[in-house]
Design a protein around this ligand. Structure first.
Ligand code: UDP
Length: 238
């Protein structure tokens, strides 16, 4: 599989269908799926611990037009963006068809339960909220439930660090760090209308709906400067 380096993170050049096929294959071995957007890439750029947690994942999906545009600018176009929410919705369909078990971890108390109720046909073998103090009891609950896929929605970079820290304790299980996806499944957060997603402005829609997200946009100019620097460096080195 072709991988495209953006700021040191090797994105998988996959279509949404290929991303689901890869997810299905990873259920056999276990592994980690991450969906970095420019904000997470900036965290990777500035924090080696986050870089280790993200760049070492088994499937790295471009969640956001900022990433696909950066890849194009660097001369390594990705087929398209594959958002975590889209990947999850397709994966849940595949899990329902194949009798695979899913565990929802994250969100405020009650969110994972509501998300599970909103997924008829999917075997949700366990749920846990994302506001716990110790990993131990959560790991125990997951191991007991024996899911094929563990959806980890603790926000970035907490979920990426959590999956990386617990990769051995949960070996054999596919884990996917998917931010606010359980809030979306539970119906507490609405995604942008499809036409806004298509023109590449979902990030702005989300910031306007949740003003607490606006400060996150400040990293975008820094991200763009770092990509421009990467391009210059690569040009110089041939
Ligand atoms: N969250 C959590 N535990 C925490 C912090 C956050 O479970 O300690 C949840 C939070 O309730 C929300 C999700 O993580 O459901 C983060 O959502 P957000 O939309 O901020 O994620 P993004 O996709 O932007 O990273």
């Amino acid at each position: 599989m072709i991988r495209c380096d953006v700021l040191g993170v090797p994105f998988d050049a996959v279509t949404p269908e290929e991303a689901v096929r890869k997810g299905l294959a990873l259920m056999e071995t276990g592994g980690r799926v991450v969906t970095p957007n420019p904000e997470i890439l900036w965290l990777c750029h500035t924090d080696p611990a986050v870089m280790d947690a993200v760049a070492g994942a088994d499937l790295i999906l471009a969640d956001g037009v900022g990433v696909t545009r950066a890849a194009r600018k660097l001369g390594r176009p990705l087929p398209c963006r594959v958002t975590g929410a889209d990947w999850l919705s397709r994966m849940l369909g595949v899990c329902a068809e194949n009798g695979k078990k899913v565990f929802f971890l994250g969100g405020k108390p009650g969110v994972a339960e509501t998300a599970a109720r909103n997924c008829p046909g999917v075997t949700v073998c366990g749920v846990h909220d994302g506001y716990f103090k110790e990993d131990g009891p959560v790991l125990e609950a997951v191991r007991e439930a024996k899911p094929d896929v563990l959806i980890v929605c603790l926000g970035a970079p907490k979920q990426e660090l959590w999956m990386y820290r617990n990769r051995e304790a949960l070996s054999g299980i596919l884990m996917a760090g998917l931010g606010g996806s359980l809030d979306v499944l539970a119906g507490h957060v609405k995604r942008a209308p499809v036409w806004i997603q298509k023109i590449g402005f979902e990030w702005l829609y989300r910031a306007l709906r949740q003003p607490s997200r606006v400060k996150r946009l400040f990293v975008i100019p820094k991200f763009l400067r770092a990509v421009a620097k990467q391009k210059k460096r690569e040009k110089k080195n041939g």
